[in-house]
Design a protein around this ligand. Structure first.
Ligand code: SF4
Length: 246
């Protein structure tokens, strides 16, 4: 499919998805054909999407980036979630040769020393495995929400991802955290116990801390860096790529 077609499809989908509830959004996307992949970090938003996929047996692959630096609580939740919904969550791991090369150049925890070193680590442990997870996919589903950070305030329901040449779907874009928590409580969705200990956003253990009252949800991610728009590179918006900006 050409980039022009995908841009037009993303714009159409963006409008269609806006009027649907979550089940309707995921059903529509699952019915598009092609390979649809949902990448989960096992965070509370992603658990809502996983519950919908599992409970409705939607033909959407569920994948996670097993970076090798995740919290034990996150690792345990992967298995618990698979059992509860009778699904397989495919683990994509970094290449050992890449980890060794990173450690040789920067040191195992070199990501604290510079933004460049941090992006290099995310590149090895997240971006390269993500590229394998999305290889051949036509649809990429994420749990991004507009309320998670200023950087995500304009997250659309659908957008063309020119780097990966696919359509990225954000079915929870307009949900707030209270709606997420209500869904989890009403549907007995398993969640990471770290959320209750002050971690609204959970990534790799050495790069995530609990937040203080009043801090933005993602303030605990790479907290030593000054850039308030810091991200790991998974979700980078291309200006003007689709109907709305992420
Ligand atoms: S979040 Fe931290 S440990 Fe995880 S891949 Fe990025 S820099 Fe490395």
């Amino acid at each position: 499919m050409t980039a022009i077609t995908l841009i037009e499809d993303a714009a159409t989908l963006n409008s269609q998805l806006a009027s649907l509830d979550l089940a309707g959004r995921l059903s529509l996307v699952a019915g598009l054909g092609g390979r649809a992949v949902f990448t989960t970090s096992l965070g509370i938003e992603d658990q809502v999407i996983t519950a919908e996929i599992g409970n409705h047996r939607l033909p959407i692959e569920v994948a996670t980036l097993q970076t090798g630096r995740l919290f034990p609580e996150t690792l345990a939740l992967i298995g618990e979630t698979e059992s509860q919904y009778d699904i397989n969550i495919v683990r994509y791991e970094p290449e050992q040769a890449d980890i060794d090369a990173y450690a040789e150049k920067y040191g195992l925890n070199g990501f604290y020393e510079s933004v460049e070193a941090r992006h290099a680590c995310c590149g090895v442990r997240k971006l390269k495995p993500l590229a394998r997870a999305l290889s051949g996919a036509t649809i990429w589903i994420t749990g991004l929400r507009r309320g998670q950070s200023a950087n995500r305030a304009d997250t659309p329901f659908a957008e063309f991802d020119p780097e990966r040449n696919l359509i990225k779907i954000n079915p929870l874009a307009d949900w707030d955290i209270d709606a997420i928590r209500a869904y989890v409580a009403d549907n007995s969705v398993p969640v990471n116990p770290l959320h209750a200990r002050g971690y609204p956003s959970i990534g790799c253990e050495p790069c995530t801390r609990a937040i203080k009252p009043g801090e933005p949800e993602r303030a605990g991610r790479w907290w030593w860096e000054n850039d308030e728009k810091r991200e790991c590179g998974l979700h980078v918006h291309e200006e003007g790529a689709t109907a709305a900006a992420q």
